[in-house]
Write a protein that binds this ligand. Structure first.
Ligand SMILES: Nc1ncnc2c1ncn2[C@@H]1O[C@H](COP(=O)(O)OP(=O)(O)O)[C@@H](O)[C@H]1O
Ligand SMILES: [Mg+2]
Length: 497
């Protein structure tokens, strides 16, 4: 193999960070550079500009140009010795620089050919990308891919402007959500996790030392004191405290919202009347009692209402003394609502009731500001069709921020989540996605996502995310840090290793 054609400028001869030299026709937003050192796609480089000083760039593509023709390649195939001359070059796009006032700027004149290009130093990356190490307000989610630069997401921004975590199944959503929740626990942020598969209780267990963990400076630890688990089904989830609702605390409208009835207006009066009657007699009435009163009316209009109520009475989510929301939402604690084993429609009812109650109590300041994590969000706020919890999630997405109630929306089907909800998520953690409709939905909802980055989403390795928002100025590739706690979402293997 022949060596590359150019000689390195003497000043950089001993410099490991030297990448190469700008050549060819040079622009102010992009340029090509020869590559003598090693550099990979997406790495950050820096180069001097006549008037702007040090400017940050990103390697978009690395190419190996060779003089091996098709004809000579066939000779190689025949086992003949063939000399190949090759030159590596990189396409770099300009990210910008910070001016005197600290604002992100782009040069308006081209760079000079012959200018040395170096791997960007930590200081320049931090400054230009605005990646300050803010341990007090920031959630450490991982390292900037290819660099030893930790990425922190601003927790206040996340609560105020919501978060989405998107990946295909097995793409690392729950793992990344676990990382984020660990950071929320570390910062004593009040959190409620709506957990349909019972994956998150393992947050209270210490994890193992992950492969390559030193690089991330992460040590296994657990958060047993920060976590409480509630479940409507304590037979399946024996470690959990029971989650029950007090029937006598619910008015007619609440009960109708629990049934997910589409005909609230039709049934409201009848149900109110039935409740008034019962309340004159006792506080300890049951759903069956309500049904009995309604049946006595013999009004055919009540038939669907009676059906809905009978279904509710079978699922045993009511108790004489239900769970208080202010017991569930405790300042600085993380509460897992384990819905494992609960039928999907009942999950929607429970989630609807909880989300509604949390929003109402948050509005009047009876519970602390909090983050609500929603796994399998496409089931609770679908784009097509209406489920019991559809409406409250729209309300939370658009109004939650005013009251300090942030959402973390987790889904494998971006296209199937209500766009009104997804579009309100300002911080996005996007892992590997391959479904074209989901990619479209992501591109539509992420500001500043370049076509090249959108392409990249399909090729992301497990554990690498494109992260935007949360105080981060442009979409960045981030290697999600290892977990401190045990990851609970492992897929079940048919054949053991
Ligand atoms: N950042 C990461 N570092 C190391 N392993 C990861 C990472 N993210 C995901 N994994 C691995 O990939 C598997 C699937 O991730 P998971 O988060 O459960 O996927 P899903 O998107 O379906 O929720 C995990 O069990 C874990 O072993
Ligand atoms: Mg998962």
């Amino acid at each position: 193999m022949a060596s590359t054609a150019h000689s390195r400028p003497s000043a950089s001869r001993v410099d490991d960070d030297f990448v190469g030299v700008i050549y060819g026709d040079v622009g102010s937003t992009a340029f090509r550079c020869s590559v003598v050192g090693s550099v990979e796609r997406h790495e950050f480089v820096q180069v001097r500009h006549d008037t702007c000083g040090t400017v940050l760039g990103r390697v978009e593509e690395v190419e190996r140009k060779t003089d091996l023709s098709l004809e000579r390649a066939q000779h190689v195939g025949d086992g003949e010795p063939v000399e190949v001359e090759e030159k590596v070059s990189a396409q770099v796009s300009v990210v910008g620089y910070r001016d005197d006032r600290g604002l992100l700027q782009f040069p308006r004149t081209p760079f000079r050919a012959g200018e040395p290009v170096k791997r960007a130093d930590v200081h320049t990356i931090r400054k230009v990308l605005g990646l300050e190490e803010d341990k007090k307000h920031g959630a450490y989610i991982g390292l900037l891919a290819g660099h030893d630069v930790p990425v922190y997401l601003d927790i206040n921004t996340m609560v105020q402007k919501h978060v989405s975590i998107i990946a295909k199944t097995g793409g690392g959503k729950s793992y990344a959500a676990g990382v984020l929740i660990e950071e929320l626990m570390k910062h004593h942020v009040t959190t409620v996790i709506l957990d349909p598969h019972g994956e998150y209780a393992s947050l209270s267990e210490r994890g193992k030392v992950a492969h390559g963990a030193e690089r991330f400076r992460v040590e296994p630890r657990s958060y047993p004191d920060a976590i409480q688990v509630y479940s409507p089904d304590t037979k399946v989830n024996s470690g959990a405290k029971p989650l029950k609702f007090t029937l006598s605390n619910l008015d007619a409208r609440d009960i109708l919202s629990l049934t997910g009835s589409a005909k609230v207006r039709t049934h409201l009066t009848a149900l109110r009347k039935a409740l008034d009657l019962l309340r004159q007699a006792t506080k300890a009435y049951t759903i069956r009692d309500i049904v009995r009163v309604l049946e006595r009316e013999e009004d055919p209009q009540n038939a669907t209402l009676i059906d809905d109520l009978e279904y509710l009475s079978e699922v045993e989510i009511f108790a004489q003394e239900g769970t208080r929301i202010d017991e569930l939402v405790v300042k600085g604690k993380t509460t897992i609502i384990n819905l494992k084993g609960v039928p999907p429609d009942i999950q929607e009812l429970v989630v609807n009731r909880l989300a509604t109650a949390m929003f109402e109590l948050r509005k009047v300041g009876k519970i602390p500001p909090l983050m609500v994590v929603v796994e399998e969000a496409h089931n609770f706020c679908p784009q097509v069709g209406q489920v019991a919890s559809s409406k409250i999630f729209r309300t939370l997405a658009s109004e939650g921020r005013k009251f300090g109630l942030g959402l973390v929306i987790i889904t494998q089907r971006a296209a199937k989540v209500d766009k009104n909800v997804l579009s309100q998520c300002n911080t996005q953690v996007i892992l590997k996605v391959t479904n074209p409709n989901d990619l479209k939905a992501i591109v539509a909802s992420v500001e500043g996502l370049t076509t090249a980055m959108a392409e990249e989403i399909q090729r992301l390795p497990i554990g690498v995310a494109i992260v935007t928002g949360g105080g981060v100025q442009m979409p960045l590739l981030v290697e999600i840090r290892p977990r401190e706690t045990k990851h609970g979402g492992e897929s079940v293997k048919v054949i053991e290793d």
